[in-house]
Design a protein around this ligand. Structure first.
Ligand SMILES: Cc1cc2nc3c(=O)[nH]c(=O)nc-3n(C[C@H](O)[C@H](O)[C@H](O)COP(=O)(O)OP(=O)(O)OC[C@H]3O[C@@H](n4cnc5c(N)ncnc54)[C@H](O)[C@@H]3O)c2cc1C
Length: 476
């Protein structure tokens, strides 16, 4: 995603841009798979901050039509608990707060207060921590930093997300629902700082969206835009090594041939950029040793039945969230995992045959540290099927028509994510934002880094922002 956005930006500035992609298809994590009559988005399923895509059109081709078509979701997520409680999280904050009061007994005012806290944190820090390079003196001397300093005591840097959520909510289900936002960047709500409570602001203020044609439409539209601006793409071409001469990136090697460029921008996971492409250069060991974000285990299931009680995004909560994250922290998969089911067929009926649904069924799992994944996958499959069947009152295993699986090992082999982490490094540490790798090399001139493994972090919006930061570093 960041590579595509960077290609659009660089080509729009009038540069000759060439993209080398190891896979035979574009998009990295944001691609699709097809099984029988079913289509699935392979990775990301939640689309927030579409303005970062719109911004690329504004820069590259303001008059261009059609642009990526997307619509705001009236209901962000359907939540299910084992005791039969079901909650529709409306995208409109007031409607959401009323639903929470009616279903969970948590006063609507508390929900609005928590969302207000989220807004405050975003406005105090978003511009600094997410939109600027933290590795340039200019950022720290800017007026926005001076304005943010007095607000530090209200940013909850020294409390965990869980603690902050318990301050706002009396109902454990509401604490659990807000704790879940830690998983949006692969973190642990019992460790990650309360500052991460800015995440609900993305969903309830800016909104959750669905791009027509599925998430992969984002990839296709950005690729079209980059090509229209003259960027050239080479697929199935793995970059083997970056050529460094006299402290400057001169180009890189592909299939034994040196390609020379004025600048090199790597969208490869920064860990592998150093280990594989820059083996002779000193690597920032501490940065590369940071704890990884969680990974995921996904079952793509073609389901031969329609479930009107399900929507695009559905969560079946674990009964003991704290235990689930304690297991993840130890590198284990919990026996009663929280299950996320995404069904794009609800928005794009052609994604599944008539009367059927395409279930992207995902649980959080630890990053790969050599676990016996084949055994864990078989166990998790049973546990997921038992839990969802129990909670929906239907034997799901009998309805599975086709199946594919993605696990931490294949996430690494297909997209080059170190240890299969979904979002680069975790944000469990309060210093995480400051110790992610910069978007440029301090030691090698004309070498830049974009994507989820570097500043400002993982997830589509932040990957798009990394491209914007590099654009600004080079041109402004
Ligand atoms: C299962 C899953 C679910 C997710 N859910 C969400 C979600 O709902 N919402 C959200 O916002 N984010 C989500 N994310 C995170 C999001 O997908 C990523 O943060 C984002 O897509 C990362 O983009 P990137 O630019 O870092 O590149 P990546 O997608 O990591 O792509 C890197 C590309 O570089 C290529 N490459 C690597 N090495 C080389 C080389 N040597 N030569 C040439 N090419 C190379 C790879 O083939 C790949 O195409 C999810 C991720 C996964 C895996």
């Amino acid at each position: 995603m960041a590579g595509l956005a960077t290609a659009v930006r660089m080509a729009s500035r009038g540069h000759e841009v060439t993209v080398f992609e190891a896979n035979t298809y574009p998009g990295g994590k944001l691609s699709e798979i097809r099984l029988g009559g079913y289509r699935f988005d392979a990775g990301p399923s939640l689309f927030t901050m579409p303005m970062y895509i719109d911004e690329l059109y504004t820069l590259a081709a303001p008059e261009k039509t059609p642009r990526l078509p997307y619509e705001r979701l009236p209901v962000v997520c359907h939540y299910f608990w084992e005791d039969g409680t079901r909650l529709k999280a409306y995208g409109d904050p007031v409607a959401f707060s009323k639903e929470v009061e009616a279903v969970l007994g948590e006063p609507a005012g508390r929900v609005l207060q928590a969302l207000e806290d989220s807004r405050f944190k975003y406005e105090a820090t978003g511009r600094i921590f997410l939109e600027r390079s933290l590795h340039r003196l200019e950022t720290w001397l800017s007026r926005s930093v001076a304005k943010a300093l007095p607000k530090i005591p209200r940013l909850d840097l020294f409390s965990s997300m869980d603690r902050v959520n318990r301050r706002f909510f009396t109902q454990p289900k509401m604490v659990q629902l807000f704790n879940r936002y830690a998983t949006y960047n692969g973190s642990n709500p019992y460790k990650a700082p309360g500052l991460l409570n800015i995440i609900p602001h993305f969903e309830y203020h800016f909104g959750a969206y669905y791009p027509q044609g599925g998430m992969v439409a984002i990839t296709r539209h950005l690729m079209d835009l980059a090509e229209e601006k003259g960027a050239q793409f080479h697929f199935g071409k793995c970059v083997d090594r970056i050529e460094v001469q006299n402290g400057r990136a001169e180009g890189f090697w592909v299939d034994g041939q040196l390609h020379r460029y004025d600048r090199v921008i790597s969208n490869m996971d920064v860990f592998f950029t150093y280990r594989k492409l820059l083996p002779d250069q000193p690597a920032p060991a501490r940065t590369l040793r940071q704890e990884k974000s969680t990974s995921a285990l996904i079952f793509y299931w073609g389901i031969r039945r329609a479930f009107p009680e399900l929507d695009l995004h559905n969560i079946f909560f674990s009964d003991d969230y704290r235990a689930e994250f304690a297991h993840l922290a130890r590198g284990e998969v919990y026996a009663d995992p929280t299950i996320y089911i995404n069904i794009s067929q609800k928005c794009d009926p052609a994604d599944a045959p008539e009367g059927s649904e395409n279930w992207f069924t995902m649980i959080n799992v630890p990053f790969d540290s050599g676990q016996d994944w084949d055994t864990l996958i078989a166990q998790a499959r049973e546990q997921i099927l038992r839990k969802v069947s129990r909670m929906l009152g239907t034997d799901i295993s009998a309805l599975i028509e086709c199946e594919d699986v993605l696990d931490p090992r294949t996430i690494e082999s297909r997209t080059g994510s170190h240890l299969g982490a979904l979002y680069g490094t975790s944000s469990n540490n309060r210093m995480a934002a400051f110790v992610r790798h910069a978007n440029f090399s301090h030691k090698i001139r004309d070498l830049y880094f974009v994507g989820g493994s570097v500043h400002p972090g993982g997830g589509i919006p932040l990957a798009l922002l990394s491209a914007r930061i590099v654009d600004e570093l080079i041109f402004l």
